[in-house]
Design a protein around this ligand. Sequence first.
Ligand SMILES: [Zn+2]
Length: 493
Amino acid sequence: MTDLIKRILLGLGVALALVVVVLLVRTMTASSRQVPVTPQTVVVSDPDGAAQRLAEAVRFRTIASVDPAALDPAPFAAFHAWIQQTYPGLSGVLRPELVAGQSLLYTWKGLDPSLPPLLLLAHQDVVPVEESTLSDWEQPPFDGVVADGWIWGRGTMDDKVSLVGILEAVEALWRAGFQPQRTVLLAFGHDEEVAGAGARAMAALLKERGLRFQLILDEGLAVTHGIVPGLDQPAALIGLAEKGYLSLELVVAGQGGHSSMPPAHTAVGVLAEAITRLEAHPMPAHMDGPMSGMFAALGPEMGFPNKLVFSNLWLLGGVVRGKLEAGQSTNASIRTTTAVTMIQGGVKENVLPQEAIATVNFRILPGETIEDVLRHVESAVDDNRVTIRMRPGFRSEPPAVSSTTSPGWAVLERTVRQSFPDAVVAPGLSVGATDARAYAGLSDSIYRFSPLRLHKDTHDTGRLHGTNERISVANFTEAVQFYGQLITNAAGP
Ligand SMILES: [Zn+2]
């Protein structure tokens, strides 16, 4: 071996050893970011009574309707009457306002009007239950059964847990003589699952009244058990943002005519090629934004070797990205997703199609825009025979990412730590849509968190909008305590 080669090998060895040292030092010095908290002070005096009241709320079939004219208002009116009767203190002191027909807005006046108010959101409506799945339910979905420590039925997880949890917490605080320093508002939409018109109307009203909030909390992420890979403890994830929504149509015009003398490519063939190119070129992955905050919070809590990986994303970020891209739900949290959902074209087997249309649904990552998606699709398809147009109907830009340094974040983070002391708290990105997006601009601290424990081994995420939706009495008790503690922490003396 020549001296030169020896020196190169020695140099490489030293460099490698240095990298290993840096990796290890960063791993050892990655300290927990969990904030220290005092124990929770709010206690639910009658957990079984609260559970029965959530079960009663489930019996109102407050099912949302895509067509507002087809909405059956009777279950909503009956639900409102039930709230009035069951929570007399709240209904008396907080003066409900009916907005957009069925949405409910409550205001609990604070002693100090100079403080920015707190806004708690939940929705009254639930998704319907498919007739064919009825026999799979262990308890009928609208009977409101409490059995063996569980409250069963549609809405127990999404979102009557939050709505009744807030009502229980406010009524109990009021009975105990609590008077909020800052004003507390409650906004309960009636059509979150279909259009969110109720939330938009209430948000417009609040804007009109010139309100800006310290903190806005809606449903969203939850306390996950066994769902975050590499983490042994439960993770209480707080959504800082949600994704935007866009549907595009790819349209190809054909010449028509008889299929006995076809061109090399029909409109359907050209469209198929365009779809193939689009699927082969997804929007880029991004590891920054809410996800980087999540890695920073969860990494130090993990065991070796995951802790080493998350403490050294400067070197190993590519490995993590590959893992995230491999799973459908994790992939959705790091990029704008592309889903070709509908296709139409042609009318008869022996007639050349005059038109072929594909519908593509995008869920846009915060930081990107509808315009970015359009430009990406144009360059990926790259075929002037394909027209790209917006599909009429709903679309939304992704909302701004909420702060993790604001007073609103601090009070929520502290409250979640107090209410779920076994869990690690971290920011995250909510992949589903919520009413919260209607309130964009009313606060820099808009968060999406449901006080709900989701266990991997009992397939709890599949129960949301699915069969056998349920919550344990113990978890509902935690939910009531959580809302009571949040109001106490945010609006107490
Ligand atoms: Zn919901």
